[in-house]
Design a protein around this ligand. Structure first.
Ligand SMILES: [Zn+2]
Length: 374
């Protein structure tokens, strides 16, 4: 069934300047300058295919807006906001961990990214659209209250959620993060929050290496509302689909959110230079189809995707288009050329050792039912 799917993209997102690194390492000495992995093309080429495929004409364009300093301050410290703002007007700098470069004007582009996620979520909540995809940049899921990390300056998803809450538009929210890296930002921000469920599936101890373990469950009133699924390297479509069915499914049914927000990263792709997973575009389509069905079941179909990582500039466009097709129920004529090699690979299938890890997290989703049911 076709849906009214909202879509956010702004050319300004491609102007976020991450400089020249050898992928993740600063150039200099014996390190020859090259692109930073988090480069414009990994996102702008998704926007390109959305346009060239004709899908753009059947989506509802949503204009991103700048979030204010007050919006940022609901999630971030003044110290962090000022650090980004000052460096931004001085010509650029780093988000805080030494691996998050940004250029002149990066503060405003980051506010436009959070504002893209916000505008998409607001459109879903007020019924302008049924669901939405915010193709924003820079990403946000590693940003913590007091620092930027891992290419992220501000926490786009929490900043959007907290503004919606301040405006009285939403109560309980579930965040599901399938970027290959751990969603440490939302975990930290909502660690003690009973009204926000955070579920992250990621490659075990990839980044940050010291977070994302199964025993990190939140604390105080938020105990039980943080669920991690650290998958072994090599996991593919089957493992990710099983995570949505066996972990996200029971957790969302127990939690009954008003809105599902998805941190959408395409770095579990089999072609990604940073992740070591084996997900295909058909795999991402399957994830989105399952999440859309879960949203229908628990919250009237209200689901918004906010773009995070994904560093294969040649493969991400097919992953992004597949997700947008799944959300909208519209099929284009585009065939993923990578399917020729990826779809036939047994690496896509769920293995017993992946299932063992998923079962540990699935038990936490069942436990959540007991925790929120009392
Ligand atoms: Zn990532």
């Amino acid at each position: 069934m076709e849906r009214r799917t909202g879509y956010v993209w702004h050319e300004r997102y491609a102007w976020h300047d991450t400089g020249t690194h050898a992928g993740i390492y600063p150039s200099g000495g014996f390190v020859q300058p090259y692109q930073t992995y988090e480069a414009p093309e990994t996102k702008s080429r998704i926007a390109g295919l959305v346009e060239v495929s004709g899908l753009i004409d059947r989506l509802t364009r949503i204009r991103p807006e700048l979030v204010s300093e007050d919006d940022l301050a609901r999630v971030h410290t003044t110290r962090h906001i000022e650090a980004i703002k000052t460096q931004s007007s001085a010509g650029g700098g780093d988000g805080g961990d030494g691996f998050t470069p940004f250029g002149h004007g990066g503060y405003d582009i980051a506010r436009l990214a959070a504002g893209g996620t916000y505008a998409a979520a607001r459109a879903v909540m007020d019924g302008t659209v049924d669901n939405a995809y915010a193709l924003v940049r820079p990403p946000g899921h590693h940003a913590e209250p007091d620092m930027g990390r891992g290419y992220c300056l501000f926490a786009n998803v929490p900043v959007a959620i907290e503004r919606l809450r301040a405006e009285g538009r939403v109560g309980r929210v579930a965040v599901f993060d399938y970027d290959v890296h751990h969603g440490n930002g939302a975990q930290k921000i909502y660690w003690s929050d009973r009204e926000t469920l955070t579920v992250s599936v990621h490659q075990d101890r990839l980044f940050p290496v010291d977070s994302g373990m199964v025993d990190e469950r939140g604390e105080g009133p938020g105990f039980g509302t943080n669920i991690n699924v650290p998958l072994p390297a090599g996991s593919g479509d089957g493992a990710y689909w099983a995570v949505v069915e066996q972990v996200a499914g029971p957790a969302l049914r127990a939690f009954r959110p008003d809105l599902i927000v998805v941190s959408s990263g395409f770095d579990p792709s089999a072609a990604d230079p940073l992740g070591r997973m084996s997900v295909t575009s058909a795999g991402f389509r399957g994830i989105a189809e399952r999440l859309r069905a879960l949203a229908d079941e628990v919250c009237g179909g209200r689901i918004v995707f906010s773009h995070e990582g994904g560093y294969s500039a040649v493969h991400t466009p097919y992953c992004g288009l597949a997700v947008l097709e799944a959300l909208s129920g519209i099929t284009t004529d585009v065939a993923d050329p990578f399917a020729l090699s990826f779809d036939a690979s047994p690496a896509r299938d769920l293995t017993p050792w992946q299932q063992d890890r998923i079962s540990e997290s699935a038990a936490l989703a069942v436990a959540l039912g007991l925790i929120v049911g009392d």
